[in-house]
Design a protein around this ligand. Sequence first.
Ligand SMILES: [Zn+2]
Length: 409
Amino acid sequence: MNRRQFLLGLSAIGASGLTIAGARYWPESGFTNPCFSHIPDELKQHPLMQKIWADIDAAQVWDTHAHIIGTGNSGSGVRYNPDMDSWSHPILKIQKDFYMNGGCITSDHEDETFIARMVDLSADMPAGYKTMLFAFDWTHNAQGEPEKAHSIFHIPNSYAASIAKQYPQYFEWVASIHPYRPNAIDTLESAKANGARAIKWLPSGMGIDPSSPKCDKFYQKLAELNLPIISHTGRESAVQGGDQSFGNPLHMRRALDAGVRVVLAHCASDGHDEDLDNHGKTIKSFELFTRIMDTTAYAKLAFGEISAITLINHAWVIKPLLQRPDWHARLLNGSDYPLPGIMPLISIKQLMRAGLLEESHLLFLQTLRDYNPLMFDFAVKRLIQFNGASFGRKVFETRAFFDNATTNT
Ligand SMILES: [Zn+2]
């Protein structure tokens, strides 16, 4: 059975236009997200769908990593770098177009259509499932001044908070605060008071050295508020520029030593970093992540986050993660939405060839992806298996980790 026949077999999809569109993306998923909506009943009742949700309490499932994108057309304060609209910066331009398509932004009302799509996707998830939406601070210089011209994009805290307030059944929000800002501590306190569940950093793109003493007061306040920090580790490809060495997992020790719970995003699954403990030898960033996770003193503070691990350039890490069941209680799932909606970034066939997915998963996953990248991302990670090991329900039931951040203070 090919994909077209599979779609034809789904009786709820009466419109032949959909099957033709579906066939167009065969064999893999092509370059363009078709942005279908509302998962058909036949897919919802598919045995694999039952399987992925079988032992899961959806009300405990919080997707710990999702981006808001937009243009600021709604007065949201969202800004993206104008270079992204210019063919004199072709990589940025192409990246922006992929992001827009991945998020199914289709009109002049970019902010609104992005959120409407997120709401649609969320309504299709089992009740209780929530997505944690990230704000994104400006790049700042060493003096703590914003450098707007060097920032690739900016999502204000107030905007992320307002979306979560508007749709409390679907979203939580994560603040982004540069620690060098003169008002960093006040901003942190008000974000917490306003319901932020965590703080998000992209050290390379934002110009944050997490090992700098300039972060100490911020760490102290985070520990006091029991707010975790979700910080990108390893190489960053989605947001270019900045000092990539700031993503070295070892830099997060300063936060851990201050008693802050640290979520190492993507488990540092891409790139290489300097081994600061061994004469600056360059090794895989993941090996440095491993060192942090295996440090006894950090057993209750260091966490790994598995968003983006299915991306083509990250997927090698899946087997090493499956082989460490002792870490699984400290792994948190995230989708890195809209990345799962950007078609060329994830290859089901690559995962099949690696022995992580079965052939019988292929059509289910590819079809699901056209309708709902959030469900697709969840399904892929739930179905992945190697030598009998898989990601158990606790990796997905992340709510207690972040709820705790609010209730313990
Ligand atoms: Zn991300």
